[in-house]
Design a protein around this ligand. Structure first.
Ligand SMILES: Cc1ncc(COP(=O)(O)O)c(C=O)c1O
Length: 362
């Protein structure tokens, strides 16, 4: 090919998603596969959301509301966000990429946790940013090292709370302490994709009045069970929203997604069931892993990071033959760690039973 992209685009390593069930069944000839790889909701989607999506599908010939009026109003009233602005995204991935597009120029500094969610790196590199990767301290985001690495030239810092892939949690006190040391000219992007699963959870948007450089991002993909619909949102100061709206694609939040998300916000019963299931099963799974001799780290999210004590790629591959899809963390720099999403009880048992079989292999 005679046309080449800029060097900073060539450097990007594309995102590799968790293997879909259909692909596994096709390629490995297994049936009844169990997917515990992408931190999806094992209960499926909220029934109220499904009903709303079906109803809304009759309007598929129409463009969606580019202002997302109904969903934004619903979010504002449900979470008391009247003094803040909300921007919708095609998943929270879209909010991450919008913030980079709007604020990061070539050679601007962007600080990310390492390892961390790969979209931060991809979105920042796509703008030609200078990436500063801050290694985790043990398995926690190292806020002090981020403070030390930041200066007046730092445009953006990504923080994941609870963290992916380690499940660790940053308290309100830790966040406030951190914000006191970060220049007002640096955006602090609080990615709260998993916050609903944290027993000690809080919303960083409550600090935006004091620290207008915080952007809080949330998603309907995890606790609300709508990953396939693609809808997320960012909460921010209205001046920041005005900038994001300059680069936002006008119809980025699709018709079905907006309707499904409004209905999901009305389905507190489903959200409570989801939370209860995850908290219960997370505890049970961690205990069973421990009984098998595998340490898993305390997690505030809907997954566990498990130390396999041997090649995670190898275990991942063997699990595929058993019809179980987990996630090897080797590409995150953890060659011996597996990340497993919390599933339904029978799915978690299947994972444990498959591990037992693998251990018994000669
Ligand atoms: C930390 C984190 N942020 C954001 C996302 C993106 O989620 P979505 O684009 O589905 O909202 C994910 C998805 O796995 C994630 O793990």
């Amino acid at each position: 090919m005679k046309i080449s992209p800029p060097d900073y685009i060539s450097k990007i390593v594309p995102y590799v998603a968790g293997k879909p069930i259909e692909e596994l069944e096709r390629e490995y000839g297994v049936s009844n596969a169990v997917k515990l790889a992408s931190n999806e909701n094992p209960l499926g989607p909220s029934p109220l959301a499904v009903e709303a999506v079906c109803k809304e599908s009759l309007k598929l010939h129409r463009y969606p509301d580019s202002q997302g009026y109904e969903l934004i109003e619903k979010l504002k009233s449900k979470f008391c966000l009247e003094d803040l602005a909300v921007v919708l995204g095609n998943g929270s991935d879209d909010i991450i990429s919008m913030v980079c597009k709007a604020y990061v120029g070539i050679d601007d500094k962007v600080i990310i946790p390492d390892p961390g969610f790969l979209l931060y790196e991809i979105s920042a590199l796509a703008q030609g940013a200078e990436l500063i990767k801050i290694p985790l301290k043990e398995i926690e985001i190292d806020l002090d090292a981020m403070v030390r690495a930041s200066d007046l030239d730092t445009k953006l810092i990504f923080i994941t709370n609870p963290n992916n892939p380690t499940g660790t949690f940053i308290t309100e006190e830790m966040l406030v302490n951190f914000m006191e040391k970060i220049p007002e000219t640096t955006i602090v992007f609080m990615d709260e994709a998993y916050m609903e699963f944290a027993v000690e959870g809080f919303a960083s948007w409550k600090f935006i009045e004091k620290y207008p450089n915080i952007i809080t991002s949330r998603t309907f993909s995890k606790a609300y069970g709508l990953a396939g619909l693609r809808i997320g949102y960012g909460v921010m100061h209205e001046d920041v929203a005005a900038v994001l709206n300059k680069v936002r694609q006008p119809f980025n939040a699709n018709l079905l997604a907006q309707a499904g998300a409004v209905a999901a916000l009305n389905d507190d019963v489903f959200l409570d069931r989801t939370r209860d299931l995850i908290v219960d099963e997370r505890e049970k799974l961690s205990r069973k892993l421990e009984q098998l001799g595998f340490h898993s780290f305390k997690s505030s999210a809907n997954f566990l990071l498990v130390d396999m004590g041997r090649s995670a790629d190898e275990i991942y591959e063997k699990l595929l033959y058993q019809g179980v899809i987990a996630r090897s963390m080797s590409s995150y720099g953890y060659p011996e760690f597996l990340r497993v999403s919390i599933g339904l009880e029978y799915e978690n048992i299947r994972f444990i039973d498959s591990l037992k079989k693998i251990l018994e292999e000669p």
